[in-house]
Design a protein around this ligand. Structure first.
Ligand SMILES: NC(=O)c1ccc[n+]([C@@H]2O[C@H](COP(=O)([O-])OP(=O)(O)OC[C@H]3O[C@@H](n4cnc5c(N)ncnc54)[C@H](O)[C@@H]3O)[C@@H](O)[C@H]2O)c1
Length: 384
């Protein structure tokens, strides 16, 4: 039996992974600061974490607490991070401090502990956000190419797509692990720094590092009251309050939604990896859907098809247009195959939503972005 330390293990993905590892006979320890934005101001242990989990409530920047938490640990899964793309653009020190210094402190603790009990592997959660605008091809030429961020003038005119010099719409290309890294938010930059620091120190000290670049993760247990949480949780919170989901731009942005049980399985496969190789892998479902279609499907499955999504025509600084994943490397290296399709995953999510206390359908996040000059455009309420 191996002992696994999960940083950020009290969070959404961490709780699913913890349950899975316990079911498979692992011993699990969690270190988590129980950030109020995710866990509420009381900072209680999440009820679904279970008494068998050894929870240490501490920030990763407390190196002594991390050294203590690492005692007898074979594998570290590093999930702890402040998660919020827009928020990271004005709470810069919080994101750089928590995510980058937190990772630095974790590694100092790993290095201090390695003489007593060397780590077999470290698995790090990263994000599709590091790819930024991504890769596109033209309708006439199959060659993938990077694109510059869309210009403000184009967005003001409500022209949302990437275009070539002749004005022809470009077609999004699935992102591979070799796609260029071009983060467009402080959050994404801090996640790339977590990747790089972990990989560099892992190579230097002979600790294999597996980095999983996650696309949009959804499922039961998402923090509905956190306005910076995933888009499906935000749609769900609005629908439960009898409000239609709101979409930026024209709602046609493509995103790849992967169910949290598939993500937990990917982490488990990475933990069980043998050998010395360090790897970086995309974890997604492999198929993408326009956000407006997703919002309609969620409303329909929740029994509120009358709450038609509202396309606001507004746009956020730093938002990327489309995001598609190539997951062939994870299939080859880990044997990872997504098992939960969107229909089944949404049904499960809807069932869970129905059991939750009514969440706040807060628009704080949008208001804060506006205050910081990161939200643009008039609010239009055109039908999708
Ligand atoms: N959920 C997604 O769609 C998604 C997508 C891409 C990547 N990721 C990555 O996956 C990981 C887990 O995400 P999640 O959705 O479970 O987020 P979450 O917010 O639910 O969980 C993160 C946990 O980390 C803890 N934490 C944050 N900073 C900490 C620190 N400095 N010290 C100790 N604990 C700290 C929080 O209290 C929280 O419990 C993150 O690294 C995130 O960047 C998530």
């Amino acid at each position: 039996m191996e002992r696994v330390l999960i940083t950020g293990g009290a969070g959404f993905i961490g709780r699913h992974l913890t349950r899975r590892l316990l079911d498979q006979g692992h011993a699990v320890r969690v270190i988590d600061s129980l950030l109020p934005q995710v866990h509420g101001s009381q900072g209680h242990k999440p009820t679904d974490l279970g008494p068998e989990v050894d929870l240490r409530i501490a920030d990763l920047r407390n190196t002594a607490a991390v050294v203590e938490a690492l005692r007898g640990v074979d594998v570290v899964v590093h999930l702890a991070a402040a998660v919020g793309v827009g928020q990271s653009m004005y709470r810069v020190a919080d994101y750089v401090g928590g995510n980058e210094l937190g990772t630095a402190s974790l590694w100092e603790a790993i290095l201090a502990s390695r003489v007593d009990h060397p780590l077999r592997r470290c698995v790090v959660a990263s994000t599709m956000g590091i790819y930024g605008e991504g890769v596109y091809r033209s309708a006439v030429d199959e060659t993938p190419r990077t694109v510059p961020p869309r210009q403000l003038g184009q967005l003001v005119a409500g022209d949302w797509e990437h275009r070539d010099a002749a004005g022809r719409q470009l077609v999004p290309f699935p992102l591979t692990e070799a796609s260029p890294v071009q983060p467009r938010s402080v959050y994404a930059l801090s996640k790339f720094q977590q990747e790089q620091l972990s990989r560099m120190l892992g190579d230097a000290y002979g600790i294999p590092v597996t980095t999983l670049r996650l696309f949009n993760v959804y499922g039961p247990g998402q923090a509905l009251a956190n306005p910076y949480a995933g888009v499906l949780a935000i749609f769900g919170a609005r629908l439960l309050n009898g409000l239609p989901p709101e979409l930026f731009e024209d709602g046609q942005q493509l995103r790849d939604f992967v169910h949290v049980t598939d993500v937990a399985r990917a982490f488990h496969l990475a933990i069980d990896q043998t050998g010395d190789a360090s790897t970086t892998l995309n974890i997604a479902s492999g198929s993408a859907i326009p956000l407006v279609d997703l919002a309609k499907r969620l409303a329909g499955q929740l029994g509120r098809p009358d709450l038609t999504p509202v396309v606001t025509g507004r746009y956020r600084s730093g938002d990327t247009r489309h995001s598609l994943a190539d997951i062939s490397a994870a299939q080859k290296v880990l044997g990872y195959h997504p098992e939960v399709d969107l229909h089944a995953g949404l049904s499960q999510f809807v069932q869970w939503l129905g059991q939750q206390p009514l969440p706040r359908a807060s628009s704080n996040a949008t208001a804060e972005l506006a205050v910081h000059g990161l939200m643009h455009g008039d609010s239009r309420t055109s039908p999708p």
